[in-house]
Ligand binder design. Structure first.
Ligand code: NDP
Ligand code: 8X3
Length: 251
């Protein structure tokens, strides 16, 4: 994977950060993205010891920011081999009748439209070269609707659909497209969902061994390092203690 460049959204935390760390160890060059510039600076300082790294600070849901940021990449990072569409979060957990419309906007704008904007900005070069890899981070929430999950589930069902759409539309351009759909991963995800309530967030992962971001990073690395004629389309990954979105073996 020497000399390959990966563009990772949501690299400031959780799954994206763990993927950046593993890719760096394996000498993949990195474009790391997120909104929190302090975190980007920190992770760049850590990983630049292992590989070439640049960072881009932008909000994936802001179309102009996305295109400006990607156009501003230094020449040596403009050739992108692997795009990891990972940025996203749940905002809130409530019935549809009690749902907060700002939360709905955030989930649709970030998880769905953000993924589309970033893909739209990067795909033309992959199409021109007949070469490239897109990994979309979905969720079990995109495979199964659970109580109070409504709009987050809808956003991840959309990611699942877009993954399939990309596979069809990009097929004749030799571009690989994969989706990974994790169950419960212990990251900042629940803190964001519960708007900074750390206690509530901690309870989500209590009484069982949740997946760690490194577990998903391992799987992403496996997927992107198969020979070029091998495309893993879709993977669902649960903690052993989790049987479905709602069935958890807690002790
Ligand atoms: P984290 O909250 O730890 O990380 C989310 C990342 O997304 C951060 O780096 C954050 O960066 C970035 N992000 C969020 N909103 C935006 C935005 N508007 N613009 C740019 N970047 C943004 O959560 P995870 O690592 O768990 O989540 C990563 C992906 O995995 C998400 O798509 C999530 O839906 C999915 N997932 C998570 C699961 C879990 O249980 N944790 C299970 C299944 C799927 P910053 O704030 O700096 O912008
Ligand atoms: C994150 C997993 O079950 O909270 O996508 O939706 S879940």
């Amino acid at each position: 994977m020497n000399n390959k460049t990966a563009f990772i959204t949501g690299a400031t935390s959780g799954i994206g950060k763990a993927t950046a760390q593993l890719f760096a160890k394996n000498k993949i060059r990195l474009v790391l993205c997120g909104r929190r510039s302090d975190r980007l600076t920190e992770i760049k300082a850590e990983l630049a010891k292992l590989t070439d790294v640049t960072t881009l600070q932008f909000d994936v849901s802001n179309k102009d920011e996305v295109f400006k940021a990607i156009a501003s990449l230094p020449k040596e990072f403009q050739h992108i081999d692997i795009l990891i569409n990972n940025a996203g979060n749940a905002h809130g957990l409530s019935t549809i009748q009690e749902g907060n419309m700002d939360d709905w906007d955030a989930m649709i704008d970030i998880n769905v439209k953000g993924l589309l904007y970033v893909s739209k900005a990067i795909l033309p070069q992959m199409v021109d070269r007949n070469d490239g890899f897109i990994v979309n981070i979905g969720s079990i929430a995109g495979k199964e609707v659970y109580p109070n999950g409504n709009v987050y589930c809808a956003s991840k069902y959309a990611v699942n659909a877009l993954n399939k759409a990309m596979r069809i539309d990009l097929n004749k351009h030799n571009i690989r497209v994969s989706a990974i759909h994790p169950g419960a991963v212990e990251t900042e995800f629940s803190e964001v969902r519960f708007k900074g309530d750390k206690e509530k967030a901690k309870n989500v992962y209590k009484g069982f061994n949740a997946l760690q971001p490194e577990d998903i990073a391992d799987i992403i690395y496996f997927v992107v390092t198969r020979p070029y004629h091998v495309n893993i389309e879709d993977l669902i990954v649960y903690p052993t203690a989790q049987a479905s979105a709602t069935i958890m073996n807690r002790v």
